[in-house]
Design a protein around this ligand. Sequence first.
Ligand SMILES: [Zn+2]
Ligand SMILES: [Zn+2]
Length: 254
Amino acid sequence: MFVDSHCHLDFPELIERKDDILALMAQNQVDQALCVSVKLETFPRVLALAEAYPHLYASVGVHPDNNDCEEPDVARLLALAAHPRVVAIGETGLDYYWHKDKPEWQRERFRTHIRAANACDKPLIIHTRDSADDTLRLMREEGASAPGGVMHCFTETQAVAEAALDLGFYISFSGIVTFKNAKALKEVARYVPLDRMLIETDAPYLAPVPHRGKQNEPGFVKHVAEHIAELRDESVETIARQTTENFRTLFKIV
Ligand SMILES: [Zn+2]
Ligand SMILES: [Zn+2]
């Protein structure tokens, strides 16, 4: 019924609880999850999950916050993305919150990911924090519309959502949309067309209400769907069905 379009199940704190986490997914009808890569060094763990479980998928990429790690080039990303269980490139993007000096290497790395996505025609998973203008500019300059993708864990303004939608991207909402103080984001979740929306946990971070502050896990994505259903005055089934269909369309899952 539900899909978690973005989680980090390979992180040690989640992998050690893997059996319980998979059990809660089944219990909450979270049928599929995309395990998102943040470093090449740990990519084998992400891929191992997707190889072991038919309902888990993998992406390949290096997160913009990670600066003490192997730097990817296009050829390396393409070689790893050739695996049939790898359905996306990322997570990639820009993060000027954790890197306030706005380093050039982040933009170079982001360009590398967009070029790889274009070359293999797999969609991008884009992270942006305090960097929306540069993120959108690089997406335009490098032709990110061709492979398309998703703005994950969206926390930006409606104007940024509009710009990303214009570029053909999907918008993914995490547990943040359930937080009481996220008023502007709730408005964005009302505005984004249902056929361009995804839901995610970004586990182990950002657990949705009623689990706020606890360790997050894919089974909790159900609460994100329930909250969006309430905001939009739709049934949970409608939100679940459409976001699942969007997930399969974007990541070409049959
Ligand atoms: Zn992210
Ligand atoms: Zn993430």
